[in-house]
Design a protein around this ligand. Structure first.
Ligand code: GCO
Ligand code: MG
Length: 402
């Protein structure tokens, strides 16, 4: 069974998604997500110009060998563009292998380790009252875990808070929007927010919070310590993670669990974080961390060190990535949580899928393969629109992490 065709499909049903579709010589198709928000066309071109020509004529069942060929064979290793492209190929080949075997991909990964995948939703509002209402709404929908983001008085653009209560996952114009930030106001405000959420909803619900890379290690340590009474499930991306040893300082000061990794693209981005037990959850995803093959390697390493998975899963990744993530989530021994932000209708229609949400859990598809596809005709009705993530500045104009 050889690869006969591979094509890259770019579509924008609400936001830009890049999809690789591989077709074998006996007509089996597989899909892989290749979306890298704000840099979509770089991956599309990497795939079209440099990867697709290498795929044609290769054995479709040689997943590991193809992974090594694209990773080692490029000489230039790692990086988000390369690893997202490799992820798309890898994911599509797992999809094909599942279809050929007549099994959902999670069966090829060893079968179920649990009944369902616990997901967390995004509760958010500009004010604490609005936030309490949004947490209540999520609990009514069945969520057992919620990420809590709240506006900060005196800060124009707090991370994670959508305007007019709309879901927050910004990618606006081609030129990035400029947000404003003040860490001191944020550090002062957040403990009172969590105090109110806990006192309103009690100890059962899992509460999470995303700092979105905005603090220094000592500031993050202060935040973690001040939130200890509210028993967070995790504090996410407290600092930018290039400096892995920086997490040691946070660890020395607080027992608030730490999650990190949505921007990681290889096991080398988190090797020290994991082996020195500096984090509790690793948030790498299928699409940005080299596909099912490489992400499983990361989760296996994490398992040895009591680190659990907590994969990124917003609407900035396509339903193809989510479908693939669920097969891993349900099969690995050290699953923690899966992020989930429901897609707008147009995106759901472009990517027909059979995973489903019920009672706070997502359930992977039972169809052979990943159980997700792309409707190419419908996709063509939503042409690519350049859209960038925001940038962030301090009050004196200094560029800060967004
Ligand atoms: C999260 C993330 C996202 C990212 C976004 C970038 O935890 O959900 O931080 O919201 O900002 O996916 O495109
Ligand atoms: Mg995040």
């Amino acid at each position: 069974m050889k690869i006969a065709d591979a094509r890259v499909i770019v579509t924008c049903p609400g936001r830009n998604f890049v999809t690789l579709k591989i077709v074998t010589d006996d007509g089996v198709t597989g899909v892989g997500d290749a979306t890298l928000t704000g840099r979509e066309l770089a991956v599309a071109s990497y795939l079209t110009e440099h990867v697709v020509p290498l795929l044609i004529g290769r054995e479709a069942d040689r997943i590991e060998d193809t992974w090594q060929y694209l990773y080692r064979g490029a000489y230039w290793r790692r990086g988000p563009v390369t690893m997202t492209a490799i992820a798309a190929v890898d994911t599509a080949l797992w999809d094909i292998k599942g279809k050929v075997a007549g099994l959902p991909v999670y069966q090829l990964l060893g079968g179920r380790s649990r009944d369902g995948v616990t997901v967390y939703g995004h509760a958010q509002a500009a004010t604490v009252d609005g936030l309490l209402a949004d947490v209540a709404r999520h609990l009514d929908l069945g969520y057992r875990a919620v990420r809590v983001q709240c506006g900060v008085p005196g800060v124009a653009d707090s991370y994670g808070v959508g305007r007019d209560g709309l879901p927050y996952e910004p990618a606006g114009a081609a030129i990035p929007a400029e947000n404003g930030w003040n860490s001191e106001r944020y550090l002062t405000h957040m403990p009172s927010v969590f105090a109110q959420v806990r006192s309103e909803f009690g100890p059962e619900v899992k509460l999470l919070h995303d700092v979105h890379h905005r603090l220094t290690p000592i500031e993050a340590a202060r935040l973690g310590k001040s939130l200890e009474p509210y028993a967070l499930t995790w504090l996410e991306d407290p600092v930018p993670a290039e400096l892995q040893e920086g997490f040691r300082l946070i660890r020395q000061h607080t027992t608030t669990p730490i999650a990190v990794g949505e921007v990681f693209n290889s096991i080398w981005d988190c090797q020290q974080l994991i082996t020195e037990q500096l984090i509790d959850y690793v948030r790498a995803t299928v699409v940005h961390a080299g596909g099912i093959t490489h992400l499983r390697r990361i989760f296996d390493l994490a398992h040895l060190y009591h680190v659990r998975s907590g994969s990124h899963g917003t609407t900035s990744l396509s339903p193809v990535c989510l479908a693939a993530a669920l097969h891993l989530d349900v099969s690995i021994p050290n699953f923690g949580l899966q992020e989930y932000q429901p897609y707008p209708e147009a995106a759901d229609a472009v990517f027909p899928h059979s995973y489903r949400f019920a009672d706070g859990f997502l359930h992977p598809s039972e169809q052979p393969g990943l159980g997700v596809d792309i409707d190419e005709e419908l996709a063509a009705r939503y042409p690519y629109r350049p859209a960038a993530l925001p940038v962030n500045r301090l009050e004196d104009g200094t560029l800060h992490d967004w």
